[in-house]
Design a binder for this molecule. Structure first.
Ligand code: BG6
Length: 320
């Protein structure tokens, strides 16, 4: 089994099976591990098999849109900070945030981001080249793996970057999920950006209340755009619409539209917490913001036996 996994992650073998000239290429990353590079005249994305994680997206002629930790490695078994980590099958600490059926232990934000995914399919569509990665069990079947379930992530790059995370319940009992596409965006200066699209929405303030392990009635209400002058860790509820990061310093507006999600998470750890995390780099918190398409305990997803549920996000980047 180890042999097979090793082979499957070998770029040469993968290119023979799944490479598409000029569009989809597997390669050994300078960060360790295997990545797949999707190329289109309008943009390029790099996806790591470790974590099923998009680690770079560059629309043509622009700087990287996603932020990646300066100490990121794909071969150390540790969650990679940056790009778009996949939080699955739960968002946040283990326990009730995992959904009603699944109490217990396990890593923060689930197994998917520290598992090696399998590349199963590639293609080139009118929207651009794409790859589908799959996870049927974590590398070392961890405690709390939610039974017979498969998750697939499809990444498409062209004019936009699109991520579709599809969970299929292969078991006999309903599966309850919380999850997130935990995107880290590169910004000019955190104190100068605004996050639009959240005005009027109530939010769970995790800085005051702690992570959302249960539905709280102590919610706040957003007035105007979100700005940053300290730690922000919020779950905006009933939020289906687009959200934009307006970054005048970099002269760009990044917009996320989403499907299958009513929770939008906005996070910046600020200086002290960033220091404790240890992988943001010197003053790194100033150059990043997370805006996440999520299902949290407030909108946990029930997947009946035999059915699938999709969480998807489309990112686009244009002038501010
Ligand atoms: C966010 C959470 O989504 O992820 C934060 O809202 C958390 O509470 C952050 O601190 C980062 O989590 P981690 O496990 O990647 O350090």
């Amino acid at each position: 089994m180890t042999m097979l996994t090793d082979l499957e992650a070998d770029p040469e073998t993968l290119n023979t099976r799944l490479g598409i000239a000029g569009r989809v290429r597997f390669e050994a990353s300078a960060l360790g591990g295997t990545v797949v590079v999707l190329e289109h005249p309008r943009g390029r994305a790099t996806v790591a098999l470790f974590g099923g994680q998009v680690i770079d997206w560059q629309p043509a002629g622009q700087a990287s849109v996603l932020w990646l930790s300066p100490v990121a490695r794909l071969d150390e078994g540790k969650a990679v900070r940056g790009g778009v980590p996949v939080c699955w099958p739960w968002f946040g600490p283990p326990g009730r945030s995992r959904g009603e059926r699944q109490a217990g232990t396990g890593p923060q934000h689930g197994f998917a981001r520290t598992a090696t995914w399998q590349a199963v399919e590639t293609g080139d569509s009118t929207s651009g080249p794409w790859v589908t990665l799959a996870l049927t069990a974590p590398s070392k079947a961890g405690k709390g793996w939610p039974g017979k379930v498969e998750v697939r992530l499809t990444v498409v790059v062209g004019e936009t970057l699109e991520l579709r995370l599809v969970t299929r319940n292969l078991g006999a009992a309903p599966l309850v999920l919380t999850q997130a596409l935990h995107a880290y965006f590169q910004v000019g200066d955190i104190e100068e950006i605004q996050v639009e699209g959240l005005d009027g929405h109530v939010f769970h303030n995790a800085v005051a209340l702690g992570p959302a392990m249960a539905i709280s009635t102590s919610l706040n209400s957003q007035i105007g755009a979100v700005t940053f002058a300290g730690e922000v860790d919020r779950i905006y509820l009933e939020q289906r619409g687009p959200v934009s990061i307006v970054d005048r310093r970099l002269g760009r507006r990044i917009t996320m539209t989403k499907r299958g999600s009513k929770s939008t998470v906005v996070w910046n750890p600020w200086r002290d917490k960033a220091g404790n995390l240890g992988d943001l780099g010197e003053e790194g918190y100033r150059q990043m913001v997370c805006v996440e398409a999520a299902n949290t305990v407030y909108d946990a997803v029930k997947v009946p036996p035999g059915e699938t549920r999709e969480l998807a996000a489309v990112y686009e980047c244009g002038p501010a």
